[in-house]
Design a binder for this molecule. Structure first.
Ligand code: 2NL
Length: 344
């Protein structure tokens, strides 16, 4: 009987050793330790043994049972650990791998141009103001010395909504409104960026909707030299220290005298090339001294106050800065175009 138990033990331990899975172990457990297993059978048959052998065999059988049970538990722990390790191996992530790039958008080139322009003028003490895109005829035209019979007020040139309302054709009405609000007794130093509308057929250089940044400085003793100083500072900061500016006489209904500002051509350093049409100079913006009628209508006494104003087109400036050949690129949103000007 002892030998039988001993060999059962060896047999079971061998099978446990060979077991690969939890299922294998479970069947070893059932076949050796189960109710119908050989050890249970030995214990059941104890009655037939001589009385003095019973405790010895009983103890041995229990011991064998215990050894097998322990071996199964041990092996089970090993199998479980192996399974966990395999899973960890399979599911491991390499945290040192470079991350997949996340494609984020960025401000539109025009938005960036306008922010840069704003920053430069803020640096010179100007405040930034915005106003409505749907304007009254009064603020868009009348208050800017464009009376009812002025050719610029032709129905063909603007988007009229009613007789009295239209899409603004420039951002000047924001400045006229500001002067009105200050009631003629406070200096004004502002720029106003925004969308404007003209009834044009779109082509490489025309768009029915585009951007404008206008500036206005009204105070006592504001002179043409102040305009020139401010514009010179802007041009050098925006286009580069090495750029020169020049003012040429021009005409606008809302300024007198009026000027246009050129910057020296960067491509040919003033020698003359195709970019500057052989002149050495590139036109950037228009401006002048605020017309006394405009000051007067806004409630400023032109005998006491004077001012300068200017206006520029961010599209034109971006086209010159980056060599963009078609204004429609700004509004057709081809990502191949937009992406080139993305900045983090
Ligand atoms: C241009 C020229 C200009 C102004 C805008 C202005 C505004 C007020 C009074 C007087 Cl409230 N003038 N604005 C003056 C001269 C020129 O714009 O070529 N813009 C793209």
């Amino acid at each position: 009987m002892k030998e039988k138990l001993e060999s059962l033990k060896q047999e079971a331990l061998e099978q446990i050793d060979q077991a690969q899975t939890a299922d294998d172990l479970q069947s070893v457990r059932v076949s050796y330790l189960g109710k119908k297993g050989p050890i249970t059978e030995v214990l059941r048959g104890m009655g037939k043994l001589p009385a003095e052998e019973r405790p010895v065999v009983g103890e041995l059988a229990n011991k064998v049972r215990q050894v097998i049970a322990e071996a199964i538990d041990e092996k089970k722990a090993i199998i479980e650990e192996k399974a966990i390790n395999e899973q960890l191996e399979k599911e491991s992530i390499d945290v040192t791998l470079p991350a997949r790039p996340v494609h984020v958008g960025g401000p539109h080139l025009l938005t960036r141009m306008i922010s840069e322009i704003e920053d430069l003028f803020i640096g010179m003490g100007f405040e930034v103001r915005e106003g409505p895109e749907v304007e009254t005829d009064y603020y868009n035209f009348e208050a800017l010395n464009l009376p009812k019979d002025h050719p610029a007020r032709d129905m063909q040139d603007s988007f009229y909504i009613t007789e009295e309302l239209l899409m603004r054709t420039h951002t000047s009405p924001v400045q006229a409104r500001t002067m009105n609000a200050y009631k003629g007794n406070k200096p004004v130093k502002m720029i106003c960026p925004g969308k404007v509308y003209r009834r044009d057929t779109d082509d490489a250089t025309h768009s029915h909707q585009f951007m404008q940044v206008e500036g206005l400085y009204v105070d006592k003793n504001v002179r043409m030299s102040d305009l020139k100083g401010v514009l010179n500072q802007f041009a050098k900061q925006f286009f580069g220290e090495e750029r020169e500016i020049r003012l040429r006489p021009s005409f606008f209904p809302f300024t007198e005298p009026s000027v246009e500002m050129d910057i020296s051509c960067k491509v040919c350093q003033g020698e003359g090339c195709s970019v500057c049409k052989k002149t050495g100079w590139i036109e950037i913006l228009g401006g002048g001294m605020v017309h006394p009628r405009v000051l007067e209508m806004a409630g400023y006494d032109p005998e006491i106050y004077s001012g300068f104003a200017f206006g520029m087109g961010p599209e034109r400036i971006a086209m010159l800065k980056y060599g963009i050949d078609d204004i429609r690129h700004f509004y057709t949103n081809d990502r191949r175009f937009l992406k080139q000007y993305h900045q983090a």
